[in-house]
Ligand binder design. Structure first.
Ligand code: FES
Length: 571
């Protein structure tokens, strides 16, 4: 159990007739609240990660105000508080390196504060899992409001979404984008506040927020700038007052059934591979372990049915119009646990009954005729990844799903950039590009660098996809044949550390295998190459180096995982 019982304070302190109550009320009165307001119950915290260093969350001030209106309309008092903000593009060495810091900050601030419930504002990729992890460990009733996708840009007269940047960057590398276009693109691609406007990590995590019963069903895809987003926030403010009166702890929402629903819908959406790491971390906070075998079973039996960018053709707004996350989930309802509850207390079965099916008409395919034959996400295991690896099949070239090729190894990002565009790089379209030393410890923090660029000389020949293998992560806005999260990572001596240029690597997504085809005797004679940054001796870096778990355990810190689970696993 967490430390919640040691020093827990709640909003009832403001109703205390004695000195404690007077002192607490007096301080709130200094903020301008009336005598009536400071006697309200419940007291709801609004946890916001607004920051000018996190453009994806720049709409949170307006959202917090809307939540506040909802709380007050339901008779409570809402008090906004900041948490640290982790930005995918701005945070170094990676956003994942800081996810657990954000989760600790949320947990401790909730525990330290006189509040009865909390509305969590999450947007940019790591902010959603982090606030959920913190709230689950704190144990205070919680509702999630996500930021919504940013507006679609217009580039050269066509609707353009964030993943277009990868193509522009690649074409610039080979001299196909002029200085003028380069400058113009910068000014138009992000057309307002909100999260990446495709089925990237932020949108996937917003969908998971719905599936786990923290965010209102149907809320994930409402645009950041739309009035509907404000209405969702206000309704969530009303909702948290109900959740508090029902005494529903966040941990109660995390069951193996709700986790299975979340994983399966992620696969049906063709969602971000990052979500699997976050779901394992969320499970761990609630005393559960999903494990690689369940992930393999669930992902391999779930059809990929959502034809949206970056894997498909439609915009998120098209998917929203087709019913959003509930409609996709309804399409695979035969695979889901319908008795699991939504944030507003209905069962998912009730929600599905109310969804007008538009399956096979628009961006949601008929599950009997899925968009790929083998699912949206593939969980792999084999001699190169004894503890697992993952590949997003949605958006990967079908020709690479069974592939054998010779490795070209890059030891870290600097090594990769020093070689990738050289004319004398011994590479062809069948080669396997291996990027190692960029995992949990090597990165550190598994930076999103796994989408190794296609070598320039092959780009000029029209090669659009190659098999890549890495211990890094990849942006949810990317696609391609990339095996990610190879565990154990190279920096801790995993098999990836033993690969040499020219070794044969074999991928078979149908069999769920990733193998290094080097005889065991030859491997045993090799020394591992363990590149990476030397572990810091102080501060957060030291804590991270000593306690961060590998991706198959969610990259949480060992001491933040539920204690009972750790004890069970240690036996
Ligand atoms: Fe923040 Fe994509 S970079 S949501």
């Amino acid at each position: 159990m967490s430390q919640e019982h040691i020093h827990r304070l709640d909003g009832r302190i403001f109703g205390d007739p004695g000195a404690d109550g007077m002192v607490h009320r007096a301080f709130l009165r200094a903020e301008g609240y009336s005598a009536e307001q400071v006697r309200r119950h419940p007291i709801i915290g609004i946890c916001t990660s607004w920051s000018e260093l996190n453009p994806c969350n720049s709409g949170f001030r307006e959202l917090a105000a809307a939540v506040k209106r909802g709380v007050e309309a339901a008779g409570g008092l809402a008090l906004e508080f900041p948490t640290i903000s982790v930005s995918e593009p701005f945070s170094r060495p990676s956003s994942m390196y800081l996810r657990n810091l954000l989760a600790i900050d949320v947990e401790e601030t909730i525990l330290a504060s006189p509040i009865d419930g909390v509305v969590l504002l999450g947007g940019c990729d790591k902010t959603v899992p982090a606030v959920l992890m913190g709230a689950i460990s704190a144990g205070t009733p919680a509702v999630l409001v996500t930021g919504g996708p940013r507006p679609v840009a217009c580039w050269k007269g066509a609707p353009t979404t964030v993943e277009a940047q990868w193509d522009i960057i690649d074409r610039r590398r080979v001299g196909e984008i002029s200085d003028a276009d380069w400058a113009e693109f910068e000014g138009v691609i992000h057309a307002g506040p909100g999260t990446c406007n495709v089925m990237g990590t932020a949108t996937t995590m917003a969908a998971i927020g719905e599936l786990l019963g923290f965010a209102l069903p149907g809320s994930a895809l409402a645009p950041a700038a739309a009035p509907e987003r404000q209405s969702i926030a206000e309704a969530s403010g009303r909702l948290i007052v109900q959740v508090v009166s029902g005494g529903i702890a966040p941990r109660a929402r995390i069951t193996m059934a709700s986790l299975e629903n979340a994983v399966r819908v992620t696969c049906a959406l063709g969602g971000s591979t990052n979500a699997l790491i976050h779901l394992e971390a969320i499970a761990g906070r609630a005393g559960l372990r999903i494990g690689q075998e369940r992930l393999r079973e669930w992902s391999s039996s779930t059809p990929f049915i959502t034809d949206v960018k970056p894997n498909g053709r439609a915009l998120l707004s098209d998917l929203d119009a087709a019913g959003g996350v509930p409609a996709v989930a309804a399409g695979i309802r035969h695979l889901l646990h319908e008795q699991e509850l939504t944030a507003d207390g209905r069962s998912w079965g009730d929600v599905f009954d109310g969804v007008a099916p538009r399956i096979g008409d628009g961006p949601i395919a008929d599950p009997a005729e899925p968009l790929t034959p083998d699912g949206g996400i593939c969980v792999l295991r084999g001699s190169l990844a004894p503890n697992g690896a993952v590949m997003k099949l949605a958006g990967a070239a079908t020709g690479k799903r069974r592939h054998r090729g010779r490795a070209i190894v890059f030891d870290g990002v600097a090594d990769m950039w020093s070689k990738i565009d050289r004319e004398d790089l011994d590479v062809d379209a069948d080669s396997v590009l291996v990027l190692r030393g960029v995992g949990v410890q090597g990165g550190p923090g598994m930076p999103e660098v796994g989408h190794v660029p296609i070598p320039a000389k092959l780009v000029r020949l029209g090669v659009a996809d190659m098999l890549r293998v890495t211990d890094a992560r990849m942006s949810g806005t990317s696609s391609g044949s990339v095996v990610l999260h190879v565990s154990p990572e190279a920096a801790v001596g995993g098999p990836l550390a033993y690969v040499r240029d020219g070794d044969e690597i074999e991928l078979d997504t149908h069999a769920g295998r990733l193998d290094l085809l080097v005889p065991p005797g030859e491997l045993a004679a090799r020394r591992p190459v363990t590149v990476g940054i030397a572990p810091p001796r102080r501060g957060w870096g030291r804590l991270y180096a000593e306690h961060a778990l590998q991706p198959d355990e969610g990259c949480d810190f060992d001491f933040l995982v539920d204690e009972d689970l750790r004890e069970r696993e240690a036996r």
